[in-house]
Design a protein around this ligand. Structure first.
Ligand code: MD6
Ligand code: FE
Length: 224
């Protein structure tokens, strides 16, 4: 079957996850699927609760010695961590010494559905980083480059308070566009955008009916 390679020539498709068919191109290979995860919000939040009961949120330290304001945990065969040594993926949660909790089936289903809608069929992530933002926290611009194969896309799911997401290019100096990510929004990127710089500006104060004063982000990757 013919699969178009570039998002800007794609015709928006309907799917179970995306009744409105809302699709916006952020760049070559990068698509924002507005509200794609909304119908599953309750189940996603319950799955986050179940994961964090086993692997609680924590503030990790960068190799440069800074504590991250965003709290993080993981599920899946591999989990992304940072400490004084390096940024890397581990099979075990360093806090417990036990394997990261299993990836919930719903995460796999959502990741595959979103990647497929964005033109990357057959995406099977083995790592899900879960980020928790509170008002005043931010994530400085970075590239996701600790994965073995940049041929796989990344699927990112936002829940709760809205965030201003910055999306740039492969060079740090490339201009960044700002895009609002709200509850249920999903971003998929790969191909020419896989190494785009991106970040999250300081979360504004607010109250979300389902998450209170918090934003959650799931970043699903094929790391190994
Ligand atoms: C966030 N997201 O939205 C942070 N990385 O809270 C990311 O760092 C990210 O959304 C790679 C691909 C998609 C992302
Ligand atoms: Fe990232």
């Amino acid at each position: 079957m013919f699969r178009p390679m570039m998002p800007y020539i794609w015709v928006p498709m309907q799917s179970l996850f995306d009744p409105d068919g809302g699709m916006e191109a952020l760049g070559a290979g990068a698509v924002l699927l507005r509200g794609f995860a909304q119908a599953h919000d309750r189940a996603l939040l319950a799955a986050i609760e179940a994961v964090t009961a086993k692997a609680p949120f924590r503030h990790m330290t960068t190799p440069g010695g800074f504590e991250m304001s965003v709290a993080m945990t993981n599920c899946g065969a591999a989990g992304w961590i940072t400490d004084r040594r390096s940024y890397r993926y581990t099979a075990d949660d360093p806090e417990s010494g036990k394997p990261w909790p299993a990836m919930p089936k719903l995460f796999l289903k959502l990741a595959d559905g979103a990647a497929d809608a964005a033109g990357f069929p057959g995406f099977v992530p083995d790592a899900c980083l879960i980020n928790r933002y509170e008002p005043g926290t931010r994530l400085s611009p970075h590239q996701d480059r600790d994965e073995a194969d940049y041929g796989h896309p990344i699927v990112s799911v936002s829940l709760g308070l809205p965030a201003a997401f910055q999306f740039g290019g492969p060079k740090r100096a490339d201009p960044m566009k700002k895009v609002a990510l709200g509850h249920g929004d999903v971003v998929v990127w790969g191909g020419p955008s896989r190494l785009a710089h991106h970040g999250v500006l300081t979360l504004k104060s607010g109250e979300h009916p389902m998450t209170g004063r918090r934003r959650f982000n799931l970043t699903l990757r094929k790391a190994l």
